[in-house]
Write a protein that binds this ligand. Structure first.
Ligand SMILES: O=C(O)[C@H](O)COP(=O)(O)O
Length: 328
């Protein structure tokens, strides 16, 4: 290419890149704006506008960086005439209509590498709290109750730990569990995954042998209510369930029934089926939720498994690196 055309090409190309205008829809670590501004990206922060308000202006932006505040549904994406990429700071993409985004040629970026360590550590924490009755016995002692036999715990050593969904999170859990001397098995829809920490098995085999199950799945048609009455009936008796994935992976009524019958010995839930409705709208009445909140066999946390000081920064850095890899 002659020098004159080459220079014009470079100018046009770099000008286009440097003008990429990003709409930030959720608060994140400031390094995103700092590092991307240094590369010529410009930003507008909007952490409060409603879906309709964002819809009105989305055609002015080349990209969106989001957690999960606003659903980027088909209507939204078709209004976003100039959108080149959507960066989801986090793992779950259920707030984005992935099919339509792909059809429109919008690049999708997420960052499970940023919060997998936090999730894995919380899974282990929940497991230890649950099996050793640490929350209950601590509360009892603070009330002046000293019970030892009733609070006898159980060990992980020698038990079988089943992981359903073996992506970033599932693998991070297996890696840490190794040190506990458990047999670790996993099930994933991708066949023949070779792994140094765990062995892949069919869902049936996992159901027959797991003493614990930890879910690490996205939510979609095939994973909605994957843990239902039928699934639970095929499990070993007295298993523990840990869910740090999505509330709707578990049919709450089936979980409650199995906790009541003793089929499930204990559950640690970082996510709930009716999470938002139940806690943001106090009018919502739900007997199953009431049971979970009051059961000694259940630990519930407010969707914080991926939510650490470190993961806030790591999530942001992963997003920046992935954006720059493609657009700098
Ligand atoms: O999908 C994730 O990474 C976590 O569930 C966190 O989701 P959030 O961004 O909606 O908090």
């Amino acid at each position: 290419m002659p020098q004159k055309f080459f220079s014009a090409f470079v100018l046009k190309y770099s000008k286009k890149k440097s003008k990429m205008k990003i709409l930030l829809l959720d608060k994140n670590h400031p390094l995103i704006e700092k590092q991307l501004s240094a590369k010529g990206f410009t930003f507008e922060e909007d952490f409060t506008s409603t879906y309709d308000e964002v819809l009105e202006k989305i055609s002015n932006f080349d990209a969106v960086i989001i957690r999960s505040r606003i659903p980027l549904d088909e209507n939204f994406l078709r209004h976003a005439k100039h959108l080149k990429f959507i960066a989801r700071v986090g793992a779950g993409m259920e707030n984005i209509n992935v099919k339509v985004a792909e059809e429109l040629g919008i690049t999708l970026i997420n960052s499970p590498e940023g919060n997998r360590d936090a999730v894995a550590e919380q899974v282990l924490g929940m497991l230890l709290l649950l099996m050793n009755r640490l929350i209950i016995s601590s509360e009892e002692v603070k009330k002046g109750i000293w019970k030892r036999e009733e609070n006898r715990g159980e060990e992980i050593l020698g038990k079988t730990f089943g992981i359903i969904g073996y992506g970033n999170m599932g693998k991070a859990v297996a890696k840490r569990l190794q040190g506990f001397g458990a047999k670790i098995i996993f099930h994933d829809i991708l066949p023949n995954l070779q792994d140094e920490f765990a062995s892949q098995v069919s869902l049936e085999e996992l159901q027959q042998s797991a003493d614990f199950i930890s879910l690490h799945l996205p939510i979609n048609e095939s994973t909605h209510y994957i843990i239902n009455e039928d699934f639970i009936s095929k499990m070993k008796n007295n298993f523990y369930l840990i869910n740090t994935a999505r509330g709707k992976n578990v049919e709450t009524s089936a979980l409650v029934k199995a906790l009541k019958s003793g089929k499930i010995k204990g559950a640690a839930l970082d996510v709930l089926e009716f999470e938002k409705a139940s806690f943001e709208n106090i009018e919502v009445k739900n007997d199953n939720l009431e049971f979970l909140l009051n059961s000694e066999k259940v630990i519930i946390t407010p969707h914080i498994a991926g939510w650490t000081v470190e993961s806030k920064e790591k999530l942001a850095q992963v997003i920046v690196d992935k954006i720059l890899l493609k657009y700098s």
